[in-house]
Design a binder for this molecule. Structure first.
Ligand code: BG6
Length: 517
């Protein structure tokens, strides 16, 4: 999170929403470089390299920034530069500009090697030293691990053995790690032990890219900078909360990653539980990392699972059918998926939060692939007014009031409330009032990765979950995935729908229905 120009770095940097000196001056990362492992992967090509280019374009990286790719390809620095050029010209948000690219290009380097190749790490050490000398990167280097977790131990021990992990003379070294942070609590702890053998906790930046999204940060602004919402944001007024992350795409070419992982581990353990935490947490004392994380952790610790997991969770897998005018394959016939896979592509669950604020207010979470459309939203649905002085026929169409935070697409906030229908009768019907980012602001939202990479280079940690949050999230999820693996195969659902029947039955049992986003 941004703070004053004379910024402190580290876990207790000043709070942007409270610091009166903050004039919204853009903060520019200091002298530094980033070494990227997994640079030829999809994430790097489509998101990370374009984000670095976009930050360069916005003038938020130092002109001397260094970017080192590390990988098996037998590439020269120039070959790597061509690869970066292609990636950013196809995927950058701010548009390709030759002069911006030339600035970035000056700092591009490539080191060929496998992760277990000690000589390649010696070369990497030389390259990093060369950047310090020729581009004044000041000994400040970030190591971005966009690689499968089973490769972590090798890369991290190579970084430690070569001394690349240790900073000298006031400079910094940081490790950036991408999810999955394990596949359950035990593996998350084991992974963390490996990470913390090479880097201290404050040097580790765990990426949950949802926290980099403008609309997700706006949950905090909406709740804690207004008088309007917070008095209602509790069990006295809220009936339930629905958090939806729907995608219309299938698993594409990600069989290797996705199969055996499934929706709950892929996005509920991280993105959706983070959204739940931000929606449900108490106001932090400040927005410093330690205070913000402590409040999120309190909520996650208070989450309770339903006693009957069979009737309050739902697990689905898409079958073949039609979506958007196109015939699509069943999950079991996607490339690389075993024909008997029981991996879920849809997951839903009811969670309760045992606190005074939320007692009796269910939080329903659902996520899935090949659903009706791409949409992520948080809907806070209110109880009915305690008394309606109108004839029941006049309010027959009235639903419950709701505040819907539209995370994406069409970012904004919608309020639903009853209003009189024009005419002589007192008929009341639901209407909506909309705030849309696109209509209210001229600035375009940066990509989540722009924000997160910049924050990491600035050493500003509030938007990065710490290990405790990761562990608490696995503690919530582990009993559900264990139950599923032993007792509940995924139910089929057709592409373009909103999941299997069991998801609808789950809410119907509680006398509720899912919103149609
Ligand atoms: C990733 C998941 O974390 O988020 C993917 O691994 C998913 O399965 C992606 O498609 C969705 O991200 P976004 O930003 O498009 O909502």
């Amino acid at each position: 999170m941004t703070d004053s120009p004379t910024r402190q770095t580290g876990a207790d940097a000043p709070n942007p929403l409270r610091d009166p000196r903050d004039r919204r001056l853009p903060l520019i990362a200091g002298p530094s470089s980033m070494v990227m492992f997994g640079v030829t992967g999809d994430l790097a090509r489509k998101k990370l390299l374009p984000a670095i280019y976009d930050l360069t374009h916005r003038g938020l990286l130092p002109p001397s920034f260094g970017l080192v790719g590390f990988g098996r390809r037998d590439w020269s620095h120039d070959d790597f530069a061509e690869y970066v050029r292609k990636s950013v010209s196809e995927h950058s948000r701010t548009g390709f500009d030759e002069s911006v690219f030339e600035q970035l290009r000056g700092g591009l380097r490539f080191v060929t090697g496998t992760f277990d190749d000690t000589a390649a790490f010696e070369t990497l050490t030389e390259v990093v030293g060369e950047l310090d000398r020729t581009r004044s990167t000041g000994g400040n280097h970030a190591f971005y691990l966009s690689i499968p977790p089973d490769a972590f131990p090798t890369v991290l021990s190579q970084l430690a053995d070569s001394g690349l992990n240790s900073a000298e003379n006031g400079s910094w070294r940081r490790a950036v790690i991408e999810k999955p942070f394990g596949h359950d609590l035990a593996s998350a702890r084991a992974l963390n032990d490996v990470v913390e053998k090479a880097f201290r906790p404050e040097e580790v930046f765990r990426i949950d890219h949802y926290l980099g999204k403008e609309t997700v940060q706006n949950i905090l602004a909406l709740r804690f900078s207004n008088q309007l919402y917070e008095p209602l944001w509790n069990a006295n007024y809220v009936d339930h909360v629905q958090i939806t992350m729907a995608e219309d795409i299938g698993i594409g070419s990600r069989a290797g990653y996705y199969d055996g992982i499934g929706t709950a581990r892929d996005v509920i353990q991280n993105h959706l539980l983070q959204l739940l935490a931000l929606t449900a947490m108490e106001e932090p004392v400040t927005f410093r990392a330690s205070d913000l994380r402590a409040e999120k952790e309190k909520v996650l610790s208070a989450v309770e699972l339903p006693e009957d997991l069979a009737s309050h969770t739902s697990r689905g897998q898409y079958v073949g059918g039609w979506q958007g005018g196109e015939e699509v394959r069943p999950y079991l016939e996607e490339d690389g998926i075993p024909a008997d896979s029981t991996t879920e592509t849809f997951a839903a669950m009811r969670l309760d939060i045992a606190t005074r604020r939320w007692a009796g207010v269910p939080f329903y979470l659902r996520a899935g692939k090949r659903l009706g459309r791409r949409v992520t939203e948080i809907a806070v649905v209110f109880k009915q007014a305690p008394f309606l002085p109108f004839r029941s026929t006049d309010t027959a169409d009235l639903g419950q009031n709701a505040i819907v935070i539209r995370v994406q697409p069409d970012e904004g906030v919608t309020m639903r409330f009853g209003s009189k229908v024009p005419g002589t009768q007192m008929e009341v019907r639901d209407v909506t009032m909309d705030f849309a980012y696109g209509m209210n602001f001229t600035e375009e939202s940066p990509e989540a990765y722009e924000r997160l990479i910049l924050d990491m280079l600035l050493g500003d940690p509030p938007l990065f979950p710490r290990q405790k949050e990761v562990e608490l999230s696995w503690k919530i999820l582990d009993p559900i995935t264990e139950y599923w693996e032993q007792n509940l195969d995924p139910a089929p659902y057709r592409p373009g729908t909103w999941g299997p029947d069991t998801a609808h039955e789950m809410l119907a049992r509680d006398g509720r229905t899912w919103r149609r986003p």
